[in-house]
Design a protein around this ligand. Sequence first.
Ligand SMILES: Cc1cc2nc3c(=O)[nH]c(=O)nc-3n(C[C@H](O)[C@H](O)[C@H](O)COP(=O)(O)OP(=O)(O)OC[C@H]3O[C@@H](n4cnc5c(N)ncnc54)[C@H](O)[C@@H]3O)c2cc1C
Length: 470
Amino acid sequence: MTESEKLHNKRVQKISAQLKKFYKQKKKVRIYHGSTNSTRTQEFKKDEIVYITDLNNVIEVNPKEKYAVVESNVPMDKLVEETFKFGLIPPVVMEFPGITVGGGIQGGAGESSSFKWGLFHHICLEYEMVLGDGKIITASSKKTSDLYWGTACSYGSLGIITQVKLRLISAKKFIHLTYHKVNSFKESIKSIEEASRDSVDFIDGILFSKQTGVIMSGKFSDKKDAPVVTFRKAIDDWFYVHAEKIIKKHKKWKEIIPLKDYLFRYDRGAFWAGNYAFKRSRIPFNRFTRFILNPLFKTRTLYRFLQAINISQRQIVQDFCLPRESVLPFLELVDKMTNIYPIWICPGWVAKKYDKLSPGYLSNNFIIDIGVWGKTQGDFEHLVKLNRDLEKTLTEYKGRKVLYAHSYYPKDEFWKIYDFKWYEKLRKKYKAEKVFPDVYEKTKVSKKYNVSITKGLLNVIKSPFKLPIN
Ligand SMILES: Cc1cc2nc3c(=O)[nH]c(=O)nc-3n(C[C@H](O)[C@H](O)[C@H](O)COP(=O)(O)OP(=O)(O)OC[C@H]3O[C@@H](n4cnc5c(N)ncnc54)[C@H](O)[C@@H]3O)c2cc1C
């Protein structure tokens, strides 16, 4: 046994001991891993949490069989750093460097390679998990397969994932990215369909308005046969700003982007969510101010502020997965109901047969995710109503939300979307009921959070890098 395996086993035993204690006490617990990319306000009470913060090691990279064994709190940037030493990366890498392996599996994460590979949990081969009663087990598509499928997108409500064996693919130094300008929602969907028929590795798009957008398709490449652009340095443009400039000048444009700059291209500014902070604090939004304030606008810092200030409930932050035939009418409705732009548009996210909690568990195998993130008019009550209207409309259009954000479904409506009987059976079988809140309890927002910038700033000063524990 290697030193890192020994260390890992010790850590897992500690988690198991914590859970055994809580199981005896019948006490519901939250999983604390130090950070979050979910926008729901997270509250952690000292005597109601299981710590998994130190599960952050890459245990093995096997270049021959192309897999990695990693602890579940490893974030995306560390994972890519370690695997790319061998010329390999996971086929799905979430766009924010701080999203963890465990959080990605539990939160239904996907990205621009999802049209080819599915969601992050689809590239995971095996989980080591600690169940509610402290028992340590392994789950894969062959062994304990009901738990393997059930735990994905369950928001930690079926057990704690401590270790993951995941698939790797060969990668190249660059991504050759082609920008295709589109002039309507209809054209954007057509352009995505066309791109997915080509042999590309990545597809996503940004809609800047009802009339203007860009669909971007990427391919691994070792050649520098087009202009090279980067997105991780303070001096670089934020990616969406750059993309908008490109389509103002060109109908079609090609560029070379270094691999990590491409994978984490939306980190600075959290896509465009960071723009709101400029507006709210009345700081001009230009290259100079973005350069000066760069450290504050990487997603890890932005999320720390977002959680501390409690501001996300005052915005619409939602990802909606829709079957192909509903995408166009739903986009039209989102335009009318919110007028929020830019909108992110990303194909893929299709669930597998037993993947019942997945946002992609829909009646079609061409799914598009629509990310609507931004401020709209109206007070808090109006925003809650708007969220509810969007939830109801989404159900009518046979779509599902990604549950990382604010969810306002009444209980009966929620359990009409998800298979309650199947889920409860799993929770009983794997001893989750006494210790882990269920997925509805974990994702439903029933409170109005107080926004306080001063309190938030003090909170960040007290605990700059980790979520506070009360
Ligand atoms: C503006 C915006 C854009 C986004 N864009 C993308 C995107 O492009 N692609 C994408 O994939 N996602 C995106 N997300 C969502 C993000 O991927 C999910 O929120 C993801 O689940 C976050 O992972 P995390 O590591 O931060 O975990 P958290 O958010 O902290 O946790 C998610 C859930 O998993 C549970 N959990 C965490 N670790 C474990 C574990 N080891 N075992 C069991 N349960 C665990 C937590 O308790 C929680 O319920 C976006 C979110 C926002 C707000």
